[in-house]
Design a protein around this ligand. Structure first.
Ligand code: DQA
Length: 152
């Protein structure tokens, strides 16, 4: 099974960005963790990062087509700050009709009020918050469990 791991704006700065909040692991470390978590579970991931909302939307649309073709289980998605602002990403996920697991490294609910609302949560198949970068592993595991249960 294949999974797309998407990271949104500023997540390319992991490792140097607010380490007290996000830790010291880099995006490359996160991607390596995702590759090994998927491999341990008999799956494969492709990892991408963009700081641009439209690029993320295009990738969600393409992922929807791959899902319909039976080529992709779904997306593990840390949309960064677009989580809290992007009706367009909400619509893209809804319109693409594929399972998306929303991930946040930090516990957004324990932070500023503007991080408490997510436009992704209402259209997410599951949500993982506050486990640090292990959240990506939990999300991969959860997405695979859902996909395998759906396949019977
Ligand atoms: C984040 C939380 C968001 O509020 C923030 O804008 C990010 C990272 C997280 O992983 O904890 O960029 O998604």
């Amino acid at each position: 099974m294949n999974i797309l791991v998407l990271n949104g704006p500023n997540l390319n700065l992991l490792g140097t960005r607010e380490p007290a909040v996000y830790g010291h692991a880099t995006l490359a470390d996160v991607e390596a963790l995702c590759h090994s978590a998927a491999a341990e579970r008999g799956a494969e991931v492709e990892c991408r990062q963009s700081n641009h909302e439209g690029v993320l939307i295009d990738w969600v649309h393409a992922a929807g087509a791959a899902h319909r073709a039976g080529l992709l289980a779904g997306i593990v998605f840390n949309a960064g700050a677009y989580t809290h602002t992007s009706v367009a990403l909400h619509d893209a996920i809804k319109g693409s009709g594929l399972p998306v697991i929303e991930v946040h490294i930090s516990n957004v609910h324990a932070r500023e009020a503007f991080r408490h609302h997510s436009w992704l949560s209402p259209v997410a198949a599951g949500i993982v918050v506050g486990f640090g970068i292990d959240g990506y592993v939990l999300a991969i595991d959860g997405l695979l469990r859902k996909a395998r249960a759906a396949a019977g």
